[in-house]
Design a protein around this ligand. Structure first.
Ligand SMILES: [Zn+2]
Length: 126
């Protein structure tokens, strides 16, 4: 299995150098199953945030049942599943790895540049 470029099922939606944003689509086509993946470098660390915007399953229950559940439990359970083909899962894993490496390298380069800039500024003062 080889990594595809562009990668099937993985859409890069933004890239600011120190952060990259992807949308991983579900095999079934429902947008509320998609993963929204943020790979961000800040300070000394890289973080990955993955979220899904889900809709409550109102069609599954009567409104009164949902309201009663909300009143008695304080919440309504909802879940979301993303289904990936083998190739897409492979692309997803590779995208995570390469995005983490990219933003980390960007962060390090930026840090080195600002350190050099600081040294240059100090040099000017003397
Ligand atoms: Zn789906």
């Amino acid at each position: 299995m080889i990594v595809q470029t562009p990668a099937e099922g993985i859409m890069k939606t933004n890239d600011w150098g120190n952060s990259k944003v992807y949308r991983v689509t579900c095999e079934c086509g429902a947008s509320d199953h998609d993963h929204h993946v943020w790979v961000e470098a800040d300070g000394n660390d890289v973080s990955v945030t993955i979220y899904t915007t889900i809709k409550s399953n109102w069609w599954n229950k009567t409104r009164w049942h949902a309201i009663w559940t909300l009143l008695t439990k304080g919440y309504i359970d909802t879940e979301s599943t993303v289904i990936l083909k083998q190739q897409q899962a492979f692309n997803y894993a590779h995208t995570l790895l390469s995005a983490i490496e990219d933003v980390d390298n960007f962060r390090k380069e930026h840090k080195e540049k600002s350190a050099v800039a600081r040294l240059a500024e100090q040099g000017d003062c003397e």
